[in-house]
Design a binder for this molecule. Structure first.
Ligand SMILES: *Cc1c(COP(=O)(O)O)cnc(C)c1O
Length: 222
């Protein structure tokens, strides 16, 4: 199946309130252009250098999502154009995004990456760390970022019940934090970024509003 056909198939399964982020890491420009010509505008990348190269080469109405692990010293490269940063996992990183956004005269929207999996290797904050970050006075002073949701990755397992309980815990946390801190001007947790190729339909059942799908659109990565 072609990229165009794959996109059409996935789109037909998504409710209208769910945004599809096409994860294009390691894929060539031609494949992204095929998706673009099929109407896709939200693309996700994991590596800063690759993101910059693709941004420079492709149409400027693409909304670029940074979904990888972000180092503070790389933020400045994407600050002029990035649409949404999914992987905020510390106050320090958020402060750097705020600083670089201010230099560009922008407010950059961000998601807090929450650790929901039973695996050592996944990055992110736990529920208490996320709450402490949002509750801090430093956070309240960040006027050039807006935290608009949470992002998480489920355990890499075939056990659907495990994945489901992790997705539900992320959705529940977003609701809880929004109720408690929703009056802060730089916080509005309306997005829940969860679900990838293998589990996006389950994620939507559990309240996802944004799915990040790569291999089902573009084919397996080598
Ligand atoms: C690579 C990646 C995806 C897409 O994974 P697929 O299984 O190819 O759909 C989604 N989210 C993150 C954070 C990724 O790194």
């Amino acid at each position: 199946m072609s990229v165009t056909e794959n996109l059409k198939e996935i789109k037909s399964r998504l409710p209208a309130h769910v945004t599809l982020v096409a994860v294009s890491k390691t894929k060539p420009l031609e494949m992204l252009m095929e998706a673009y010509n099929a109407g896709q505008r939200d693309f996700g990348e994991n590596y800063v250098q690759e993101l910059i190269e693709k941004y420079n080469a492709l149409p400027k109405d693409i909304r670029w999502h940074f979904i990888g692990h972000l180092q503070s010293n790389k933020v400045k490269h994407m600050a002029p154009f990035v649409h949404l940063i999914h992987g905020i996992d510390s106050l320090k990183l958020l402060q750097e995004v705020n600083k670089q956004a201010a230099k560009c005269g922008r407010v950059i929207e961000c998601l807090l990456q929450i650790y929901i999996a039973k695996e050592e290797s996944k990055f992110g904050l736990d529920a208490l760390e996320a709450e402490n970050l949002i509750a801090s006075t430093q956070f309240s002073g960040l006027t050039n970022v807006k935290v608009v949701g949470v992002m998480g990755m489920a355990t890499n397992t075939d056990n659907r019940e495990t994945i489901k309980s992790e997705f539900i815990s992320l959705k529940t946390l977003a609701t809880h934090l929004n109720t408690k801190f929703g009056s802060k001007p730089n916080l509005n947790l309306r997005m829940v970024s969860m679900g990838m190729s293998a589990d996006y339909e389950l994620a939507i059942e559990c309240g996802s509003t944004m799915v990040r799908v790569g291999s089902t659109i573009f084919g397996e990565r080598s």
